[in-house]
Design a protein around this ligand. Structure first.
Ligand code: NAI
Length: 462
């Protein structure tokens, strides 16, 4: 029986980051992973492959729509799907091998197989039992199921199947206008599929700033995506080469059927804890099936911790990473901390959508007085030159103190721009602090500064 200070179960962004930080802090660490490669859902069948397809399909979109106007002549490229799949696979490979390299560099043992916890202090992988002073569960999440919908990962697929379709479908029905549905829906729309998104609510991307929702949906419509809103999916029926989706419109209860070559089910994810033995251990769960933890990510069983998608909070790779680092620090006797008020969310469509902190709705609910500074990318020289004038930056600041409370961006590189606001928020900055910071010209970042100026005496270019 081998013994460790820490055994991490799961090698996704939460698990592998936690294992590396534990090793850096001088602990003897092993990480259990049952897949053939490290990196979990994010690297193998999530964030990374979808970003490769988003990038490739965006390039095609640019060639089809903007090249001629820039004076770039010639025929737009056609899609070589097998090659695009190879590009996606090589992107995955370089990233997963990178984690393997980091494990070796940090002397982390990879225990290959699926782990379970027969009792506190012990982890079983295959027939082998290992000892650990601390165990960290970082086993991630899996797609939630929907009544009446049977996934075969060929015709009716989750995000996993959608990343490796045999060919670009002529038509795709997407159930759920959340992050996954819109990212993958826009990939296939750009590659030529007729994409229809069926959403239960009346607005896309629930919880997001309503103005962003509106501009976002309008832009996606311009890109060819169709939307059926206020529609509850009743079920799907997979046939040989296509599938039927049945849905009911909430406004009049009328039933409709949509045919599509492929149906993508993207109605949320749920914690993945199968086979860990949590029941036997008596680990407390929340009402929503997540592992309950205290402020130090420790469960009710001493020495067993949990981080990432298996606990409460947004299911985001970077939230899991932060928890992984913080939990490692707690275990090493330091003061791990995660600022849950400053966790950015990004949707990697084109334009990108990003947000951090409070929304107007949460501020109103809390009865807090706030001001809004908004700036459109139409007033940003760089964005106009790059055909990226759709969208805006919105900063919310405290009405009295001017302290930045949140930001909502739709526009070019929104996923990068948001971090300027995140850093400002971490330092408790005011909108004026941001507005007084010199920003290079011409950059997209100037739009963030202009929105900060709009919280005070007003923006210059609007
Ligand atoms: P989601 O929770 O973002 O969206 C699901 C959507 O499906 C909601 O709009 C919901 O109203 C709708 N819906 C639910 N049941 C329905 C029904 N019966 N008929 C029609 N619509 C229905 O879930 P999604 O997109 O599957 O993503 C899962 C998780 O993965 C999220 O927590 C997300 O944050 C994370 N993720 C994050 C990414 C990123 O940060 N870029 C990328 C991919 C996933």
């Amino acid at each position: 029986m081998s013994s460790y200070d820490v055994i991490v179960i799961g090698s996704g962004p939460g698990g592998y980051v936690c294992a590396i930080r534990c090793a850096q802090l001088g602990l003897k660490v092993a990480c259990v992973e049952g897949r053939d490669t490290l990196g979990g859902t994010c690297l193998n069948v999530g964030c990374i492959p979808s970003k490769a397809l988003l990038h490739a399909s965006h390039m095609l979109h640019e060639a089809e729509h903007n090249f001629a106007e820039m004076g770039l002549k010639g025929k737009s490229p056609s899609v070589d799907w097998p090659q695009m799949q190879k590009y996606k696979t090589s992107t995955i490979d370089t990233n997963t091998k990178g984690i393997e390299f980091l494990f070796k560099k940090n002397k982390i043992d990879w225990l290959k197989g699926w782990g379970s916890i027969p009792e506190a202090g012990k982890v079983k992988v295959g027939d082998e039992l290992h000892e650990a002073k601390s165990i960290i569960i970082a086993s991630g999440s899996e797609p939630s199921s929907l009544p009446g919908v049977e996934v075969d990962e060929k015709t009716v697929v989750t995000s996993t199947g959608a990343l490796e379709l045999g060919k670009v479908p002529r038509s795709m029905a997407v159930i759920g206008a959340g992050v996954i549905g819109l990212e993958l829906g826009s990939v296939y729309a750009r590659l030529g599929a007729e994409v229809t998104v069926i959403e239960y609510l009346d607005a896309i991307t629930p919880g997001m700033d309503p103005e962003v929702q509106k501009v976002f949906q309008r832009t996606l419509k311009k890109q060819g995506l169709k939307f059926v809103m206020g529609a509850a999916v009743q079920g799907t029926e997979a046939m040989k080469t296509k599938a039927k989706v049945t849905y009911k419109l909430r406004k009049d209860d009328s039933e409709h059927v949509l045919d599509a070559d492929v149906v993508l089910v993207a109605t949320g994810r749920k914690p993945y804890t199968d086979g860990l033995g949590l029941d036997t251990l008596g680990i407390e769960m929340t009402k929503r099936g997540q592992i309950a933890v205290n402020a130090h990510w420790e469960t009710n069983v001493k020495g067993i911790y949990a981080i990432g998608d298996v606990i409460e909070g947004p299911m985001l790779a970077h939230k899991a990473e932060d928890e992984g680092m913080a939990a490692a620090e707690v275990i090493a006797g330091k003061h791990g901390h995660v600022n849950y008020g400053v966790i950015p969310g990004v949707i990697y469509t084109h334009p990108e959508v990003a947000n951090v902190g409070e929304t107007e709705a949460t501020l109103k609910e809390a009865g807090r007085a706030y001001k809004v500074g908004k700036f459109s990318f139409m007033g940003n020289a760089r964005a106009k030159a790059n055909f990226a004038g759709d969208g805006f930056v919105k900063i919310l600041a405290d009405k009295e103190t001017d302290r930045i409370l949140g930001a909502h961006i739709i526009g070019p590189a929104a996923g990068d721009l948001i971090h300027e606001v995140c850093v400002a928020m971490e330092f408790g900055a005011s909108a004026q602090d941001l507005a007084m910071t010199c920003h290079a010209h011409p950059t997209y970042s100037e739009a963030v500064r202009e929105a900060a100026l709009a919280c005070g005496d007003g923006p210059i270019h609007m």
